[in-house]
Write a protein that binds this ligand. Structure first.
Ligand SMILES: Cc1cc2nc3c(=O)[nH]c(=O)nc-3n(C[C@H](O)[C@H](O)[C@H](O)COP(=O)(O)OP(=O)(O)OC[C@H]3O[C@@H](n4cnc5c(N)ncnc54)[C@H](O)[C@@H]3O)c2cc1C
Length: 381
């Protein structure tokens, strides 16, 4: 069977892309093997929320997520130079909220709701080959299909990226991220509170009522040890790490640990093949950028296919993939550079880097135009 577009990967960016391609009338096939529940949550900034609403991926942000109206940063390092405490408030830039915090599993359920006709294959892709019809794509059972355009939304270890010759570079970190849902006696409503430690931030993201989503970056071994603690000891550790500001902690879920790495891909579209989401970029979850960037990939994918009509040719497909690459370049470089610089400065024991960070937080706290610029940047605009 021949398709206009084959999308590989059943994560958030793959499901969004498959749905939006099918809704535009393209003959779409989606390879989406079943995977274990995604326990991560995502803080998505207002421009991303607006994109999801405009395209119908979600219908109401406030029933699905929790607003993020303030961000508090507390430097708890023992370093010689410590940054001042800072509070950022969305009302300063005349917006109601910076964004919303969503459970990834809730977003996936919302993204999947569409009557647009597409074929979903619950199987992993084992091989993808360039042919004179576009691409031949084989799945685990040995069956194969062909498609004029292929979209790799198959995550950090993308087979599509590696087998189609997209170059990439990966840097692994000693740090991982631990996530868990926790209830405290009291919380700062609609405020994300970040405690900055030597090995990375310990962030409490509001999840409605007294519930928070913990995102804790630290050395991998330390997090593995914490994840294996009995619930009462884990709770005590969380109370200590949050300086007992919020009273008792009650873990509501198990803790899950995600190893962290950076992935940079210089070209993300060529020869009718496009890379989307973590197949095209990955970095540590600081500054809430990963899925925001992934959904901006989806937005540019939609802009690229909006120039095509169903049954498009290989020549048109090649052109659209190049256009997609052009559309993504500035955003990918800017966001990748921002997160990498921020992550390294947070972990640095090097005195000038500490000074730069301290100066940066001081400037953000005190210089209004710089604060506004930083707000716009953090929101991806
Ligand atoms: C702890 C943590 C917290 C985070 N918090 C935020 C946040 O607050 N805000 C934010 O914007 N981002 C955040 N992120 C990043 C965000 O979670 C990711 O960017 C996003 O979930 C990636 O989605 P994806 O669809 O690109 O990839 P994935 O979710 O990795 O999906 C890839 C899919 O491809 C499938 N697949 C793989 N190989 C094949 C194959 N051969 N054939 C078919 N399918 C295949 C896999 O099964 C998987 O379902 C966070 C990340 C972490 C680790």
């Amino acid at each position: 069977m021949h398709y206009d577009i084959a999308i590989i990967g059943g994560g958030l960016t793959g499901v969004a892309s498959a749905r939006l391609a099918a809704e535009r009338g393209f003959k779409t096939v989606h390879f989406a093997p079943t995977f274990a529940k995604d326990h991560r949550t995502s803080a998505l900034m207002m421009p991303t929320v607006e994109f999801m609403l405009k395209t119908g991926l979600i219908s109401d942000q406030s029933t699905l997520g929790t607003p993020l109206r303030k961000i508090r940063i507390i430097d708890t390092t023992n370093r010689i130079l410590r940054a001042p405490e800072a509070l950022f408030d969305s009302t300063e830039i005349n917006i109601d909220a910076f964004g919303y915090n969503f459970a990834n599993s809730d977003l996936l359920a919302a993204f999947s709701k569409s009557n647009a006709k597409r074929r979903t294959i619950n199987s992993a892709v084992t091989r993808v080959l360039k042919t004179n019809m576009g691409y031949a794509i084989s799945e685990e059972s040995g069956k194969s299909i062909t498609a004029t355009m292929v979209v790799g939304a198959d995550g950090k270890k993308s087979k599509i990226r590696d087998s189609l010759g997209f170059s990439s570079s990966t840097t692994a970190f000693n740090q991982s991220a631990l996530v868990a849902d926790v209830e405290f006696d009291r919380v700062e409503l609609e405020t994300s509170v970040e405690f900055h430690y030597e090995n990375g931030p310990f962030t409490l993201v509001p999840a409605g009522g007294n519930k928070i989503n913990l995102v804790w970056l630290d050395e991998h071994e330390a997090l593995q040890r914490a994840a294996k603690l009995p619930a009462d000891e884990f709770a005590k550790l969380l109370e200590e790490k949050s300086h007992r500001l919020f009273g008792h902690a009650k873990p509501l879920t198990k803790a899950f640990v995600f190893p962290l790495s950076n992935l940079a891909v210089p070209i993300v579209g060529k020869d009718g093949a496009l890379l989307i989401g973590e197949a095209a970029h990955a970095f540590p979850p600081i500054g809430a950028q990963g899925l925001n960037l992934g959904l901006r990939d989806v937005e540019d994918f939609v802009a690229a296919i909006d120039q095509l009509t169903p049954g498009f040719s290989i020549i048109d497909s090649n052109r659209a993939s190049k256009d997609y690459d052009k559309l993504r370049q500035a955003d990918l470089r800017r966001t990748g550079g921002f997160v990498d610089g921020l992550f390294r400065s947070l972990l640095s024991d090097f005195l000038p880097a500490q000074g730069l960070r301290l100066g940066g937080v001081w400037a953000l706290k005190n210089i209004a135009p710089l604060r506004k610029l930083a707000f716009r940047f953090g929101m991806g605009k």
